[in-house]
Design a protein around this ligand. Structure first.
Ligand code: 7PJ
Length: 277
């Protein structure tokens, strides 16, 4: 399966690793560390050396309770890093819900728009549809406000709800003229879900694969893992690797991770063992 993006056609016949580059002062795990543009650029270089297939660059922390940056603040943080990332010969994704940043990033030759709000902000769908070829990751979030999403999330059937939502967004994009070959889907682990909901999404991931588009998933260092094993974010590497492998084993095409080198090593063994392509 191929994923069409601006400058690259991504071959998903084998699992791919998307490396996370946070340019936020308050992100829950490595917040502040890559605040300086130079540090974030160096982090891009490092992740590519470690074998990242895609870089995902974001400037808005979606941690519940995090301060939301202004649109201009988000652009000022992300764009200088993204411009550098675009020189590195890997597809570059911008993790944003801001139509202004989407347009600026696409003008700078970004390959992918990764939106945790699935292009629901006014102007976001248009920013992507008016660009003829960028890739898009559509993620499920309960509601559209990270500050509110963890307040007693409830579903009759979380997998059915996520599935219906992603299908609806996929159809909306297609009606707006976005070719389906540009789309990947993401269940949005931790975005308005209890631990039980997140594990349901893992155990029944095949139902999301059946939507017919590549699946991207992000378990890296998330609290559902921490609650299972009783560890803080900085101590969740082994659990994150295991979750990435489990997701790939269940058919995920792309894993979004902080720890690229370790994930790439684990996937090499998984593939050589014949467990996945
Ligand atoms: C995700 C994301 C995810 C996609 C974040 C964190 C929180 N984008 N952005 N999927 N999570 N597509 O990295 O823990 O799961 S921010």
């Amino acid at each position: 399966m191929l994923w069409q993006t601006t400058r690259h056609s991504v071959d998903l016949s084998r699992p791919r690793v998307m490396g996370i580059v946070n340019v936020t002062p308050d992100s829950f795990f490595d917040g502040g560390r890559h605040l300086a543009t130079d540090a974030a650029r160096a982090h891009c270089d490092r992740l590519v050396q470690e074998g990242a297939d895609i870089l995902d660059i974001g400037g808005e922390s979606t941690r519940p309770g995090a301060h939301a940056p202004s649109e201009q603040e988000e652009i000022d943080r992300v764009l200088p890093v993204l411009e550098h990332a675009c020189t590195l010969n890997v597809p570059v994704s911008v993790d944003t819900s801001s139509p202004a940043l989407m347009r600026a990033a696409l003008a700078a030759r970004a390959d992918i728009v990764n939106d945790v709000r699935a292009l629901r902000r006014p102007g976001a769908l248009d920013a992507v549809a008016s660009h003829g070829s960028c890739g898009v990751c559509l993620m499920h979030m309960l509601g559209d406000d990270p500050a509110a999403m963890q307040q007693a999330p409830a579903y009759d059937d979380v997998v059915a709800a996520v599935s219906t939502f992603l299908q609806e967004r996929m159809h909306t994009l297609q009606h707006a003229g976005v070719d389906v070959g540009r789309l990947v889907l993401d269940p949005g682990i931790g975005f308005g879900k209890t631990q039980e909901h997140n594990w349901q999404l893992m155990q029944r991931q095949s139902e999301l694969i059946r939507l017919g588009r590549p699946l991207l998933v992000g378990w890296s260092r998330k609290s559902t893992l921490g609650l299972l094993i009783g560890r803080e974010a900085s101590e969740r590497l082994a659990a994150s690797i295991a979750a990435a492998l489990a997701a790939v084993q269940r058919g995920a095409h792309i894993v979004r991770v902080h720890d690229v080198a370790a994930t790439v090593d684990a996937l090499a063994v998984w593939r050589r063992s014949g467990l996945v392509a």
